[in-house]
Design a protein around this ligand. Structure first.
Ligand SMILES: [Zn+2]
Length: 464
């Protein structure tokens, strides 16, 4: 038994099977013991009475320092991951989206170097395959697990710049299945999106509300239905990112019922906001794709999150600011898509748990355990369990979090001026205290690159 260096005493811990009052012993970066209160001692004891312990967040969908929509997000791997830590998230998964001329492997190399130099949280790298270098990237797709990448993202929309045709997607799914790679899909049927945008242009509806109307729930549900059918044909495992519409949750529930291997994600902005944001004076700032929809869609997403039809809640963090968003107010086609959110994802979900809208174990599942399972990293990541990495977020349930301020390098905060119940009190990343009372203690480059292995097809994970 490795030595216990630190004891967190008197916690209310969210363990995989339920909440319990415990002491947690940490040593060598891992959780070494979980015991009844008062049973661990002899080490550096931290009084954590009154605090709730969650497994450190694992944000499966972020775009740090990303060039997209003709501009680059304002963060870098240090500021982005520092904000993640301050929001209780200890591991992020970044999409290595090829820049013009780059193949998937080249984008992965670049991303790994940037992350290793600057990241303060642990980092998983997802691959991505885009239109321009599709042939070259597909030819070497099977090499990704060899460099620690077990997932790859594709886009069914944006076919003018990065998206793939259905035929290309089918071929890629087949290669991915053989290589044990899980395929992350941005699912919106491009022809239907085109039709929506053309219609908005004809009617002169080019403001933020026009953006929301141009990308229909039908386009998303149709793409999920079609691409899951292609995946089933070749035995691929797919993960639908940022699901936003009620229709999609119905399609996903049907796929689950018929035993298909699909995962689904939604994001905080679809759970905590609604389409009213687009009608305001600065509606362009909330432009993202798919768009934020009406309250009926929001309620359907909540029910899918609670029931398990949706597996994960990830930020889809894009750290744009008002100088990047506002010039496109009169033409949504000129607005870079995406919202900053890496720091506020977990506090929003914690607020929902404290307010009684979300079970604590389900919260740990959607924000940390399920992402870790999907990557094949559970229980090393995503669990408060003996032997797991000591990634722990300590929450003060009596505190409040002001969503009108943040450590993200932007002047646009999607949830301002709201405040939510609960506060991230302190954070341990692999046993190291990295946030104490809102103060960042982690150094640039102290985050680790976490490699992901290929998943044998026969052992595809069944969602519970
Ligand atoms: Zn995204």
């Amino acid at each position: 038994v490795a030595e216990i260096e630190v004891v967190l005493r008197g916690l209310d811990a969210v363990l995989p099977h339920g909440r319990a009052p415990v002491d947690i012993g940490i040593g060598g970066g891992r959780i070494r013991a979980i015991a009844e209160p008062g049973m661990l001692g002899g080490a550096d004891v931290v009084d954590a009475a009154g605090l709730i312990a969650l497994p450190g967040g694992l944000d499966l969908h972020v775009h740090i320092a990303t060039f997209f929509g003709g501009t680059t997000t304002r963060d870098d791997f240090f500021s982005g991951t520092a904000a993640a830590l301050q929001g209780g998230t200890t591991t992020i998964a970044q999409f290595a989206i090829p820049r013009p001329g780059e193949t998937s492997l080249e984008a992965i190399d670049r991303t790994r170097i940037e992350a290793a130099t600057l990241a303060a949280a642990d980092v998983v790298v997802h691959g991505a395959v885009v239109k321009e270098t599709f042939v070259e990237s597909l030819a070497r797709l099977a090499e990704l697990p060899g460099v620690g990448v077990g997932t790859v993202k594709i886009f069914s929309a944006y076919t003018d710049v990065i998206g793939l045709t259905l035929g290309q997607i089918h071929r890629l799914l087949e290669t991915a299945a053989a290589a044990g790679i899980t395929v992350f899909v941005h699912a919106e049927t491009d022809d239907l999106i085109r039709e929506g945008i053309d219609g908005a242009v004809e009617r002169g509806e080019l403001g933020p509300v026009g953006h929301a109307l141009s990308r229909t729930p039908l386009a998303e549900a149709d793409a999920i239905r079609t691409i899951s059918r292609l995946a089933d044909d070749v035995g691929a495992t797919v993960y639908f990112v940022h699901v936003s519409a009620a229709e999609s949750t119905h399609v996903l529930a049907g796929l689950r019922a018929s035993g298909e291997h699909v995962y689904a994600e939604t994001c905080p902005h679809y759970l905590f906001l609604d389409a009213a944001v687009y009608a305001g004076a600065a509606g362009q700032r909330w432009i993202c794709s798919p768009p934020i929809r009406s309250a009926e869609h929001r309620e359907a997403l909540w029910s899918a999150v609670r029931s398990g039809v949706i597996d994960t809640v990830s930020s889809d963090h894009n750290c744009f600011d008002t100088a990047q968003k506002d010039p496109g107010r009169g033409d949504f086609r000129a607005v870079p898509n995406g919202l900053p959110g890496i720091e506020h994802r977990l506090p929003l979900l914690i607020g929902a748990a404290i307010d009684g809208d979300l079970e604590w174990v389900r919260l740990a599942e959607i924000s940390s355990a399920a992402p870790a399972r999907i990557l094949g990293l559970w229980p090393r990541k995503g669990a408060l369990a003996v032997g797991s990495d000591a990634d722990i977020a300590l929450i003060d349930p009596a505190g409040r979090t002001d969503l009108g301020s943040s450590n993200m390098p932007t002047d646009f905060l999607a949830y301002a001026p709201r405040a939510v119940s609960g506060r991230v009190h302190s954070v341990y990343r692999r046993g190291e205290l990295v946030v104490r009372d809102g103060e960042l203690l982690a150094q640039p480059g102290s985050g680790a690159l976490v490699p992901v292995e290929a998943k044998p097809q026969a052992q595809r994970v069944t969602v519970h």
